[in-house]
Design a protein around this ligand. Structure first.
Ligand code: PMP
Length: 351
């Protein structure tokens, strides 16, 4: 997978100590669009929220002693905001669902949000406003253990809430991708629950992605320890067989995905497609008529080959099958606010 060049360095965790810094008011930002966007918006110029304050991103730092850094104790979310067709409005996709999942993740990990879900949603809206976001963007809320103490301990009272954002257009910069089955297995739910979107758990994803890239693939697909398909490093898997859309349930050690759930709703309720949620075997991927990955970052990313087997029934020239094409186009319409019945999934930022 080749990620879009964001130029924005990914900020790390922020420190509780910096909450004492003077609050920075939202800096006016030029309206920017297009591929050069990434070059002009550096993370250093962004505002980040940490523990009740909006501070310049350069002040949002974490102690080297924090449990968040030393033991990867924390959980996070990833949310997209899309510039509407009018070039003015910005729509956050499924904000409530993302906030709810983060709260649930925190609860599993004995961490907590400082306030209500509505307050977190308001903070995210406020962050986008203060950063004057008028382009496609990504928002990263995190709840981490910021205690600078030895030993991995989960304690609600150590929770820090951090939210940062950055410009993001394509996360996977290819129209269709070549994937492999990873030699790394997905961490089982009973070891490190993917459901919690745990910061530390992404070492598992990083190992698989590195292996995939080293071997010339764009992305890796994890199997569970039982040998069935789990998910990609940061995406869910869908296949099409004989006209039926299939995807493994979250009990296959994958994240309870918001894009996945949204696509299932769109496919079955809006597009009249048949969908079955069931375990998928490795070699079923080789004989799938179509396959795509989905996620907040990946959106709908068509897959053209798995372990060097070209998938059937696809237009080989572009590697995108007809069902995938239909879902991808509809998804694009929904997130940009072109589908009235799905407008309730969108939170407008401006006006
Ligand atoms: N699986 C993993 C491991 C992920 O990190 C992500 C990205 N959040 C996904 C799947 C896709 O989930 P969602 O649609 O909720 O972004």
């Amino acid at each position: 997978m080749r990620e879009s060049d964001t130029s924005a360095r990914e900020p790390g965790f922020a420190a509780r100590e910096t909450a004492n810094l003077p609050e920075v008011q939202g800096s006016p930002r030029q309206r920017t669009n297009g591929p050069w966007l990434f070059a002009v918006c550096s993370a250093a110029a962004m505002l980040t929220y940490i523990d009740g304050k909006f501070v310049g991103d350069e002040h949002a730092t974490v102690s080297v002693r924090s449990r968040a850094l030393n033991y990867g104790i924390g959980c996070f979310g990833g949310i997209r905001a899309y510039l509407a067709d009018d070039g003015e409005q910005l729509f956050v996709f499924r904000l409530d669902a993302h906030v709810r999942r983060l709260e649930q993740s925190a609860r599993i990990l004995f961490l907590r949000l400082p306030g209500t879900r509505d307050e977190l949603a308001d903070t995210i809206v406020e962050l986008l406003r203060r950063n004057e976001i008028h382009h496609d963007a990504y928002v990263r809320p995190m709840v981490v253990s910021n205690a600078p103490k030895l030993a991995p301990l989960l304690r609600e009272e150590d929770s820090s809430l951090i939210v940062w954002c950055m410009p993001l257009q394509r996360y996977i910069d290819k129209d269709s991708i070549d994937v492999c089955i990873s030699s790394w297995r997905r961490t089982p739910d009973n070891s490190l629950p993917a459901r919690t979107k745990p910061t530390g758990g992404y070492l598992n994803s990083a190992l698989a992605r590195r292996e995939a890239h080293d071997n010339g693939y764009d992305e890796a697909i994890f199997l569970t320890n039982a040998g069935t398909v789990s998910e990609g490093s940061a995406e869910h898997v869908f296949i099409v067989r004989d006209g039926v859309l299939c995807s493994p349930p979250s009990t296959e050690d994958n994240l309870d995905g918001i894009t996945r759930r949204s696509i299932i709703t769109m496919a079955t309720e809006d597009l009249g497609l048949r969908f079955i949620e069931r375990p998928i075997g490795r070699t079923e991927l080789y004989v799938a008529d179509e396959m795509f990955l989905c996620g907040t970052g990946a959106e709908v990313t068509p897959v053209r080959s798995v372990d060097r087997r070209m998938l059937g029934d696809q237009d080989v020239a572009n590697g995108i099958g007809p069902v995938t094409k239909q879902i991808k186009a509809y998804f694009d319409d929904v997130v940009h606010g072109r589908v009235d019945k799905r407008r309730e999934w969108l939170t407008p930022i401006w006006g």
